[in-house]
Design a protein around this ligand. Structure first.
Ligand SMILES: Cc1ncc(COP(=O)(O)O)c(C=O)c1O
Length: 379
């Protein structure tokens, strides 16, 4: 059988590492209603090569959605539609770097972004983080030895740590990017999935600075199969994207899908979907937090505030990669910390995702994890 889904763990395994949304919460009805509305009308323009920046009506709907969601004005001229953040990152590497260039990332960072940077043969330098995200002094120290083409960071509800960068650090980073002339590529994919209190303003707030690119995506707030996302940047930067060969040849990156889901934005359906996700994910996060406290008190972690992940520190003598080899025997899985490192280390960390499974499955998965960990500790 040829695969139809990217990540499908064996049916009896609870893969607490996987960062995909739950299939049951992907809103088919909402998308169907919107798509039907588009498919029964007579304007065929969305079947043509699309405008390079993205369909004007979609840009308007997205700017209205973001203005409300981010609580700061998002103007259509600062937006560019991409096939998700992954494609936007790839395009940024193509347009702003050459093989061998240095870029900075957080330690740890989103492991699949590291693969995109490896595809472009970039020299990745990791900057230390703490419980509040990137340590600005550590960045400043690295800046004395190198000027990166860009700094890639996940400022809010980080993957994998869950950490959120405080406002003062954000402002200082923007200042440093201007002083040292590098780009900040802020991956804000989890910004709207906030379970306790709203995070500081996104980097999209600084989209009028030529040093800032904010990335957003429908993958975690609607459905990843749409392959639809956006970036926000200064109009001069937007021009770099719209004028590139890929866009010149192929036109806008996703005119068909953006036309089909424009109604989801215009009807307020996306906002309602996000509210539903927040309610479900908040409870799942609480359930995982309680189960970990009860069954695995040896783990150290920060309870979830938003996003998808818990980043748990195992006792110093436990190697998560070794532990993971034993996990299939217990029908459970997770992701070892080392995956998220561009420079080694993080051996005694694991990433757990609390959104993918039901509350009962999370309980069961954590119990299996406990058995797995206890088996490891036996001589
Ligand atoms: C931090 C981060 N960035 C980007 C992505 C992928 O985004 P997209 O589906 O828009 O390509 C993910 C998905 O897990 C993610 O966690």
């Amino acid at each position: 059988m040829l695969p139809i889904i990217q990540n499908r763990p064996p049916p009896d395994v609870i893969d607490l590492g996987l960062g995909d949304p739950p299939l049951a919460l992907l809103p088919l009805d909402l998308i169907r209603d919107s798509a039907q509305g588009q498919l029964i009308q007579t304007d065929k323009s969305f079947l043509q090569y699309g405008a390079e920046q993205g369909d004007g009506r979609f840009l308007l709907a997205l700017s209205n959605f973001l203005t409300k969601g981010y609580n700061v004005e998002a103007r259509p001229e600062n937006l560019f539609i991409a096939n998700g953040i992954s494609k936007a990152l790839d395009l940024i590497c193509t347009l702003f770097t050459q093989a061998g260039d240095t870029i900075f990332v957080e330690q740890p960072t989103y492991f699949l972004a590291l693969k995109i940077f490896a595809d472009h043969r970039l020299n990745v330098v990791a900057i230390d983080t703490d419980e509040n995200g990137l340590i600005v002094e550590a960045l400043e120290e690295k800046l004395t030895g190198a000027r990166p083409r860009f700094l890639y960071l996940i400022p809010t509800f980080h993957n994998p740590t869950g950490a959120t960068l405080p406002q003062a650090r954000r402002a200082r980073l923007v200042q440093l990017a201007r002083e040292h002339d590098f780009l900040i590529v802020a991956d804000e994919v989890y910004h709207l999935l906030s379970y306790i209190q709203g995070p500081p303003a996104p980097f999209a707030t600084y989209a009028d600075s030529e040093n800032i690119i904010s990335l957003g995506s429908f993958s975690k707030i609607l459905a990843p199969g749409l392959r639809l996302g956006w970036l926000q940047a200064h109009p001069k930067m937007i021009e770099r994207f719209t004028a590139c060969g890929l866009l010149d040849s192929g036109g806008g990156l996703n005119p068909f899908t953006s036309a089909l889901i424009r109604g989801v934005l215009e009807s307020g359906g996306l906002e309602n979907n996000i509210k539903d996700l927040i309610n479900a994910y908040r409870s799942r996060g609480n359930v995982m937090d309680a189960a970990l406290r009860r069954h695995l008190p040896q783990l150290e972690y920060a309870p979830p505030q938003g996003g998808y992940f818990i980043w748990a520190r195992l006792p110093a003598n436990v190697n998560a990669s070794e532990l993971r080899k034993r996990a299939p025997a217990f029908k459970v899985d997770f992701r070892q910390g080392a995956l998220f490192s561009s420079r080694g280390g993080l051996e005694n960390y694991m990433r757990l995702c609390f959104v993918r499974y039901t509350e009962e499955e999370i309980e069961r998965g954590v119990l299996r994890l406990k058995e797995c960990l206890e088996s490891k500790q036996q001589p």
